[in-house]
Design a protein around this ligand. Structure first.
Ligand code: 1HN
Length: 356
């Protein structure tokens, strides 16, 4: 057996073709004690030829979700829970509290007469209303009463509380950029002494002031939209009209992006949202992009095929398409899909890509 030569420090060196693996392994073990690793062993993992995600496509059907969340209504109050939310966990992530690598998603329920106390956090949140009518989110001076299909913004650090003076439970989809904020280790949050805030504006003021083709003079251009509630009543007729006008994208259907009316950019610096109407019988072309997308069906019925896996959806179902997975939609009925992703964050970093 070849004897490894010793270097100046007395450590073994490979002797020609012999003993290379053993000497390398001994070297790796030694540098590990100094908190170091050889890049050459992990280069393909750090710089893959295609984006690699552990996330898998998945769908949560509303009938199951609703009965499970209603059960939680008997277990804990919104006030005790602070937020009565069931977290949607991506099945590929082994129990982590996220639906994609960068997005949190959950289903929140607030029962009649309940409040969810005021707090604020660095993470931005959006809500997409699934079921119920007449609960509100109080944020930035406005008490925004919500109905199914409404898309509500809670920008980072804005104090917010929820209440339900109606007679029925309300359920909505929460999506937050919390995993991305936590990745940067920049998460702060705080509670308030008073569980509710005093509001200074009328319900719908922000949509009227900023969402009507005019702006209050002097409105600053911020990285987040000043609109609190993009109501379904306002947005649905627009996608329907686009569809009737024939403005139907081969992949996405008749789709609008929810815009910050001051800048024309996305509603939040980290997350962007869309509403699309798919005509009955729609058969979309395949598409992929590097943003992981959470979809919610507002109405209709169809199938989204992701990487060969069929996700069937109907009213209020939520499903997730991970980064760079090729997908296409088919619609058995005229359908409306809401979607939200981390595309603005990726675009701001110059790393977003799509493959049309
Ligand atoms: C939060 O503050 C809400 O305010 C919902 O309704 C979901 C998930 C993680 C962290 C904070 C809310 C949340 C959340």
């Amino acid at each position: 057996m070849a004897v490894a030569a010793a270097n100046k420090t007395g450590n073994a060196q490979p002797d020609g073709k012999h003993n290379v693996d053993a000497v390398r392994e001994a070297y790796y073990a030694r540098i590990a004690k100094h908190s170091m690793s050889p890049l050459w062993k992990v280069m393909d993992e750090l710089v893959p030829h295609q984006p690699a995600t552990r996330c898998t496509p998945a769908v949560w059907h509303f009938d199951e979700v609703k009965s499970l969340v209603l059960e939680a209504g008997g277990l804990i109050s919104a006030e005790e829970a602070k937020r009565r939310v069931l977290i949607l966990q991506n099945p590929g992530l082994g129990g982590e509290y996220r639906v994609t690598n960068t997005l949190f998603a959950g289903i929140q329920m607030i029962m009649p007469g309940e409040i969810a106390p005021a707090h604020r956090h660095v993470s931005s949140a959006i809500r997409f209303v699934l079921d119920g009518e007449g609960a509100y989110t109080a944020v930035e001076g406005e008490k925004a009463f919500m109905a199914p299909g409404d898309f509500v913004i809670t920008a980072g650090w804005a104090p917010h509380d929820h209440g339900n003076p109606s007679t029925k439970p309300m359920l909505w989809l929460d999506v937050l950029d919390a995993p991305a904020v936590n990745f940067f280790e920049t998460s702060f949050g705080e509670d308030f002494d008073s569980p509710t805030q005093t509001t200074t504006r009328q319900d719908g003021d922000s949509l009227s002031f900023y969402g009507s083709g005019v702006l209050p003079d002097g409105t600053p251009a911020l990285k987040r939209t000043p609109i609190i509630n993009y109501t379904y009543a306002r947005t649905r007729p627009i996608v329907e009209r686009m569809m009737k006008a024939g403005d139907v994208d081969e992949r996405h259907g008749a789709r609008v992006i929810y815009a910050n009316p001051v800048t024309g950019g996305p509603v939040l610096p980290t997350m962007g949202a869309y509403l699309a109407m798919l005509p009955k019988g729609f058969g979309g072309k395949p598409y992929r992009s590097t943003d992981g997308v959470v979809f919610a069906c507002a109405e209709g019925r169809g199938t989204t095929t992701v990487d060969g896996k069929e996700l069937k959806w109907g009213p209020h179902d939520v499903f997730v398409v991970p980064s760079w997975k090729s997908y296409f939609h088919t619609a058995a009925e005229q359908s409306v899909l809401f979607s939200i992703s981390d595309r603005p964050a990726q675009e701001a970093l110059g790393i977003w890509r799509e493959d049309r």
